[in-house]
Ligand binder design. Structure first.
Ligand code: SDX
Length: 429
């Protein structure tokens, strides 16, 4: 029996009434907090498919309708009218900034982009062919070593400053990792450039000649950063929150988020998509790939397809798909991978296996093609995702720090190991 305020559960010979919580939008949630105490029962939900871990006002997703709102603003409108730095302010503060607020925010972020010179020694500790996500993960975590005097998490100003530092320094660290991997000197951030242009300059400016930035490159990357900025309780953001729940410093939290994002089932998918498209090679070989993806024993999945929440088109994929054609046309790039991708999308969307499971292209399916057109190497694709998602990670971390219901994350388990047994001496085994 249930009404919109509670459900009554009869279990283990007990009857318990569990409250229902309802947010501004989205599915109501049954609060199971008192279930163990009143019935001795726990719940089991591997991957937290049906479990809300917190209350949050940052982002809302409707997977059936393909809706994505950042602080209530539709992603389509932000993609069309906003920029990544303004979206970062919105995610962190909850409201769009007025002109003075934006100028002050931009000035502050711009003047926190430098890294301590000791970071160069850190870079030198890596092999030149280290994966940039490994380098990023280590270097973001080490930021705490440089700011240990500003880590009083009870102080809202120190919390805010740490968020600003992360938003400002992750692009600098990311570009430094790339430059180190190709043996080029690190480029310092230029304060006269805007956020994305500054990053592109740090990535591609060579000592021998000034960088001729193409406006379409900065525009495309800014849009990709907006689309990747946040996505409610995805695996890496949930990781940031879990680490944050222990009272760990924000640099450690975001480093953990970088590590979680790296997985090919999550942010590593954009790199995996390009490898998959290259492996398929030709549009005429798309059919074989689709058949392989349907074969459970193949261990092969169509990377860039499917989503835990979206059972409709990922709205970000729709925007990126349109931009993909525009960027390649404006840059005069003719990438055969795009034709393979379009053929693959067409084949999969007609195939009963994908239709029945509601597997649509997600945010990672087309983004790699654009990154490639901008001259960003495949191994840096997930680093791009991490730069953008830092805005979401720090926003959720800040929100968690003032959440009255926040407590240390500590899930339970179903124990399947050996029952109690006595130790046997070595000479008797
Ligand atoms: C991101 O959470 C977020 O919001 C993430 C993200 C964000 O912005 O933070 O949106 C970014 O991570 C996007 C997803 C990127 N990952 C990929 O593209 C990797 C390929 N996709 C899959 O691994 C998978 O779709 C997931 C991980 C994205 C979702 O997995 P689920 O929700 O746990 O779904 P599932 O594994 O239970 O699959 C359901 C069914 C299974 O078949 P059956 O057992 O029902 O027969 O669909 C099949 C799966 O085998 N399936 C796929 C498939 N994805 C799911 N089959 C072939 N190819 C695929 N890509």
């Amino acid at each position: 029996m249930s009404d919109n305020k509670s459900v009554v559960l009869n279990a283990a010979g007990k009857t318990v009434e569990l409250p229902i919580h309802t947010g501004t939008l989205g599915a109501p949630c049954v609060d199971i907090g008192k279930l163990p105490k009143e019935t001795g029962l726990f719940t089991y939900d591997p991957g937290f498919v049906a479990t809300a871990s917190c209350r949050s006002a940052v982002t809302y997703i409707d997977g059936d309708e393909g809706v994505l709102l950042y602080r209530g603003y539709p992603i389509e409108q932000l993609a069309k009218h906003s920029n990544f730095l303004e979206v970062s302010y919105l995610l962190m503060n909850g409201e769009l900034p007025n002109k003075d607020q934006f100028n002050s925010f931009e000035h502050e972020v711009t003047h926190h982009t430098m890294m301590h010179e000791a970071f160069k020694g850190f870079l030198g500790g890596f092999r030149h062919d280290a994966h940039p996500m490994a380098m990023l993960c280590g270097m973001v975590g080490s930021l705490a070593a440089f700011y240990h005097s500003d880590l009083d998490l009870e102080d809202p100003e120190q919390r805010r400053l740490a968020a600003i530092r992360l938003l400002a320094k992750v692009p600098t660290i990311a570009a430094a990792c790339y430059r180190y991997s190709i043996g080029w000197p690190v480029r310092y951030p230029r304060n006269n450039l805007e956020y994305v242009e500054r990053f592109l300059h740090m990535m591609f400016e060579v000592p021998s000649e000034p960088l001729m930035l193409k406006p379409v490159a900065a525009r495309a990357l800014d849009l990709l950063f907006i689309l990747h900025a946040d996505h409610e309780q995805n695996a890496s953001t949930s990781t940031v929150r879990l680490v944050g729940s222990t009272g760990a410093n924000p640099y450690a939290c975001v480093a953990a988020g970088v590590a979680a994002l790296w997985g090919p089932a999550h942010g590593g998918a954009n790199e995996a998509v390009l490898k998959m498209l290259a492996e398929i090679g030709r549009p005429e070989d798309v059919g074989k790939a689709v058949e392989r993806a349907k074969d459970k024993n193949s261990g092969f999945r169509l990377m860039g397809f499917g989503h835990r929440v979206y059972k409709n088109f990922d709205p970000r994929a729709t925007i990126i798909r349109e931009m993909c054609h525009q960027v390649l046309n404006e840059l005069g790039v003719n990438d055969p991978m795009l034709e393979v991708a379009m053929k693959l999308e067409e084949a999969a969307l007609k195939d009963e296996y994908f239709v029945q499971r509601k597997l649509y292209p997600n945010v990672d399916f087309y983004s790699g093609i654009i990154y490639k057109a901008l001259g960003i190497p495949t191994e840096m694709f997930t680093v791009m995702f991490a730069i953008a998602r830092t805005a979401g990670w720090v926003s959720h971390w800040l929100e968690q720090q003032t959440d009255p219901e926040a407590k240390i994350g500590r899930p339970r388990q179903i124990y399947t190991g050996a029952a109690n047994r006595d130790y046997v001496a070595l000479d008797r085994r």
